[in-house]
Write a protein that binds this ligand. Structure first.
Ligand SMILES: [Zn+2]
Length: 221
C-alpha cells in the first residue's frame, strides 16, 4: 500500500484513481478530475457507463469488480467506471456546475458539460452494439430496467431469470437529454438499470455485476 499523507485514499475518487490509475484518461470533469476508459477488447460490443449521477455508487463499485473479474479474460467489454467524478467526490447527483449529465445530451442542453462530451466521444470512437447505464433510485421495491430502442425481450427474459423480479419499461420517448434517448437517436440500443437504494450497497453492486455478465453473454451468443 502507498503512504497516504493527505487522506486521498479515504475518498471515493481517491480509491477509484488508485485502482484505475493505469487505464487511459479519456477526458476530465468540469473541476479537472480524470475520467477513465477501461477497454478490455479491440472491438467492444458492450459499453458500461456508471456514475453518471455521482451519488449512485453501486455501478461504480460493480465496474471495479468487473475489471478485476475480466482483466485477463478480455471479453468484448469497455467501461467508463465513473462518468461524473466531481459528483462522486461531492456525493451529488449533478456535476460541479450543478448540471445533471443525464439531461445534457443532444438535442437538449447548451454549454454541454465536459463529462457529456467525453461520453459522446467514447461512443463515436468505440461504436458499441449496446450500452448498459447503471443507476439507483430511492422509491423502488424491485429493480427497474428501462430500455431504449428495440424491445430486448430475450435479454429481459434472461435478466429476469437470473436477477429475480424487476419491472421493465420502454422509456424511449420519456426523458429527452438522457443518455438513453441520445443513444436511441444514434441507433444504439441502451439498457438502464435502476436499483432500489434500500438494498445494501454490496448487494446492489453484485446485481450490477450480474447484469454486466448476462448482457455480455447475451451479446456474445
Ligand atoms: Zn441515476
Amino acid at each position: 500500500m502507498p503512504i497516504d499523507v493527505g487522506g486521498f485514499l479515504e475518498t471515493p475518487y481517491g480509491v477509484l484513481e488508485y485502482y484505475l490509475g493505469n487505464y487511459p484518461i479519456i477526458g476530465t470533469s468540469e473541476e479537472g478530475r480524470n475520467i477513465r476508459l477501461v477497454n478490455l477488447a479491440r472491438r467492444p460490443k458492450l459499453l458500461v457507463v456508471a456514475g453518471v449521477h455521482g451519488d449512485e455508487i453501486s455501478g461504480v463499485l460493480a465496474c471495479l469488480m468487473a475489471i478485476e473479474k475480466y482483466k485477463h479474460q478480455r471479453p468484448p467489454l469497455a467501461l467508463i467506471p465513473c462518468a461524473n467524478p466531481d459528483g462522486l467526490a461531492r456525493f451529488t447527483r449533478e456535476n460541479y456546475n450543478g448540471i445533471d449529465i443525464n439531461r445534457s445530451f443532444p438535442p437538449l442542453g447548451n454549454g454541454r458539460p465536459k463529462e457529456t462530451w467525453t461520453i459522446i466521444r467514447v461512443l463515436r470512437n468505440l461504436g458499441p452494439e449496446m450500452v448498459l447505464d447503471l443507476h439507483e433510485l430511492g422509491l423502488l421495491y424491485f429493480p427497474k430496467i428501462l430500455y431504449f430502442g428495440q424491445d430486448h425481450k430475450n435479454l429481459l427474459e434472461i435478466l429476469r431469470s437470473r436477477l429475480g423480479p424487476f419491472t421493465g419499461v420502454n422509456d424511449s420517448p420519456k426523458t429527452p437529454g438522457s443518455l438513453g434517448c441520445y443513444l436511441l437517436n444514434q441507433g444504439i440500443p441502451c439498457v438502464v438499470l435502476e436499483l432500489p437504494l434500500y438494498v445494501p450497497l454490496q448487494r446492489r453492486a453484485s446485481k450490477c455485476l450480474n447484469c454486466i455478465q448476462e448482457t455480455l453473454n447475451y451479446l456474445e451468443n
